[in-house]
Write a new protein. Structure first.
Length: 227
């Protein structure tokens, strides 16, 4: 049974002047025309701005490229879905019968969209300061765990430079599978290097992200082998 939106609102530490806005934020398009798509559009932009500003303040010496990668590590579908699951947002989503049967309340895209829609709804209800304050509270732990040490260069670049320093062949990335609908695909890529016999697998919502994930796994494996 779908739980009442007011319960989630309280759990999230929010009080809406217009509670209908919060309910709209939890309403997927499969449930009808009055859904959260427009709020999600708004919330997406607000989230990007709030996190960008916070990173700008936190890391005054970081380059634009590093700041972009830091933001991307926080503002992405997987990160948002993790936060949504932490607060059990899926239990309160209003979905159409088809999405209910297919387990839409567990899907990353639906969970992340709902969280961004809540941000958009909060902005409309109370303005940017309240919205900014809540977003930073929501991301407090993720922000606290950020470090520039691992973000000066992306994993693919780090691995490539490592192999070049050893005068060995560059890493090879092989696309293994592509699954899912056209607008919601998952890519699986295998990374191999001549330095070790083990291979590493990375997945992502684009081939590029899957390659980065595979490179990151390979760097971790090399680090463990060198201990």
């Amino acid at each position: 049974m779908i739980r009442k939106p007011t319960v989630l609102c309280k759990k999230l530490g929010l009080v809406f002047n217009n509670p209908q806005l919060f309910t709209r934020a939890l309403t997927h398009r499969s449930a009808g025309a009055h859904n959260n798509e427009r709020l999600e559009f708004l919330g997406d932009s607000i989230l990007g701005f709030v996190i960008a500003q916070k990173l700008y303040d936190l890391f005054p010496d970081a380059s634009e490229g590093v700041l972009s990668r830091l933001r991307a590590s926080l503002v992405n579908q997987s990160s948002l879905a993790d936060l949504a699951r932490k607060h059990q947002v899926g239990d309160y989503l209003l979905l159409g019968s088809g999405e209910l049967k297919s387990g839409g309340f567990r899907r990353d895209s639906i969970l992340s969209d709902a969280l961004e829609a809540i941000m958009g709804a909060l902005f409309i209800d109370q303005g940017i300061e309240s919205c900014q304050r809540w977003i930073l509270e929501l991301f407090a732990e993720k922000l606290a765990n950020l470090s520039l040490n691992n973000w000066q260069k992306d994993p693919k670049t780090q691995l490539q430079e490592l192999m070049q320093s050893k005068k060995m062949e560059l890493p090879e990335y092989i696309l293994m599978t592509t699954s899912g609908l056209a607008h919601e695909q998952t890519f699986k890529v295998k990374c191999t290097i001549s330095l070790i016999s083990e291979t590493c697998i990375g997945t992502g919502i684009s081939r590029k992200r899957a390659e980065q994930a595979a490179a990151e796994q390979m760097l971790k494996l090399l680090s463990e082998n060198n201990k």
